[in-house]
Design a protein around this ligand. Structure first.
Ligand code: A2P
Length: 273
């Protein structure tokens, strides 16, 4: 059973969801159907992933009712701007085969284009029209957040950022918390790289009789983050959902906190166009 998180607009969202970055459109339907079968009720995609159609198909195939699923997609950088955003949102809904999104995120701030405030205003309009339940952002630094909040008064419900034990993002997460913005972790498993071989994590996994991935996901959850692990493999999809039957102690949490080495994998949000 997945805990629900309270959002600053009065709505709620599942704390654990299924991420589909780098899952091919042709394979996305199977992956999403596996995730829904394993119990996930939140799916995170994006226009740029090129798999919104597959995600929509997976939802239909699963037999799970649309209203029982929390569906997130993201506006791609090239579509920023007021009118372009309205069009891009329509196109995403069409590909997803639905008439509303639970959450829409500005994928990156792209400060060099300076369009994210206009884009945010279009998000607010879409929410007013009811085709979008909640508005959020991704990869926003505190300066970008301050600007959209200052110019519109509307605070994003989430800020989805790269975050894993060796890239702790404490400053952005603290800013989010101060503004009642939920921090959502992307690449929570460090993209399945060397971090999963860390001996501290391996030791904790052994103590709990869990996998390293499960320990890492549990750490995100106990830190109060929303988290969206990706997997293409049905066993690992199910494994990543089994994280509510054990608990890390305060000391174990601190030992994972101590692994933060500033290891960013993706681009810096200020430098991506
Ligand atoms: P796969 O799709 O073959 O399962 P992130 O969510 O941090 O981006 O990590 C995704 C990567 O981690 C993918 O390469 C995925 O590979 C791998 N992965 C996902 N779940 C697990 C797991 N439980 N154990 C090991 N690797 C995993």
């Amino acid at each position: 059973h997945v805990p629900m998180m309270d959002l600053n607009d009065g709505r709620r969202a599942p704390q654990l969801g299924f991420g589909v970055w780098q899952i091919d459109d042709a394979l996305a339907a199977d992956a999403v159907a596996s995730a829904l079968k394993a119990g996930y009720r939140s799916i995170d995609t994006a226009a740029i992933y090129g798999n919104e159609s597959g995600v929509g198909e997976g939802i239909v195939r699963s037999g799970v009712a649309r209203e029982d699923i929390y569906l997130t997609t993201k506006l791609w950088n090239a579509d920023q701007g007021y009118d372009k955003t309205l069009k891009a949102f329509d196109a995403s809904l069409k590909r997803l085969g639905t008439d509303y999104a639970d959450l829409y995120l500005i994928h990156w701030p792209v400060p060099s284009k300076d369009l994210y405030v206009e884009t945010w205003k279009a998000f607010i309009r879409l929410r007013e029209e009811g085709r979008l339940r909640s508005v959020g952002v991704s990869n926003f630094q505190p300066t970008h957040l301050e600007r959209i909040i200052g110019e519109t008064g509307v605070v994003p419900v989430v800020n989805q950022i790269e975050l894993h034990p060796d890239f702790g993002q404490r400053e952005v997460a603290a800013f989010n918390a101060d503004h009642h913005i939920v921090t959502e972790s992307w690449s929570p498993l460090g993209q399945g790289g060397d971090m999963l071989k860390n001996p501290v994590l391996a030791g904790l996994a052994k103590q709990h009789g869990k996998s390293v991935a499960q320990v890492v996901l549990r750490w995100h959850i106990q830190r109060g983050y929303m988290v969206i692990p990706k997997s293409q493999n049905p066993e690992r999809i199910a494994e990543n959902f089994q994280v509510f039957d054990f608990e890390l102690s305060a000391e174990q949490m601190r030992s994972i906190d101590g692994l933060d080495a500033g290891n960013r994998i993706g681009p810096h949000p200020d430098h991506l166009d």
